[in-house]
Design a protein around this ligand. Sequence first.
Ligand code: GLP
Length: 252
Amino acid sequence: MKIILANSYNELSRKAADIIEELVSSNGNAVLGLATGSTPVGTYRELIKRYLEHSLDFSGVTTFNLDEYIGLRASNHDSYNYFMNYNLFDHININKDNTHVPDGMTNDPRTYGRLYDRMIENAGGIDLQILGIGSNGHVAFNEPAEELNLGTDLVKLSKKTIEDNSRFFESKENVPTEAISMGIGSIMKARRILLLASGEGKAEAIGQVLNSGKVTTWLPASLLLLHPDVTLICDQEAFSLVDRRIMAGAIV
Ligand code: GLP
């Protein structure tokens, strides 16, 4: 895992956007894996700015999002479908037909998930997957557990995630308890992964991933250590519990 340290959230967002811009400019038909949550919002804002300022061209780009809450329609303001339109797709020249966010209204997540994974494969696979990290070390909605899904499938949200994400909802009771999420296998197939972590709320998870030298399904983000091309962009707060003696060589 390569590590890029940023001095602020804005710097983190700019550095993430630099990597996305580099890919999209060199491959107009790039396939991006996209994430929701507050962490990538600054990156998306930066991409919109670059589209407006120097016509960064998304017309040939295809996107696949990681996850969606079960029971929320795309038109629901709390859905990740809505989030993506609001925070990115509505403001750039992407062809909406080429953007994909899992359908939270599916009544057969297993079959739907297989179809979603096939769609990713048919698009040529993900060139660059953007990821956030949960405070409990989850990636997408793959929660710490004895076993993790390989492919896109139904997941039950942990108490911690429901608590963390309740800030986006009217109350904790309104947070859906299930989601459809790309599995760890779907994520690990991406050719390159960009993991973003900001703020002290992520320090424990990032510290655990980088310090222990072990991988475990109880810390889903640790499985990313097995991927050959992961770049972590991290601000100082999220990096504060990492043992710098161990990780010094990884910082670029
Ligand atoms: C949600 C998403 C994850 C995201 C995580 C962290 O649970 N499913 O993909 O990484 O939140 O979100 P935030 O960036 O808001 O801390």
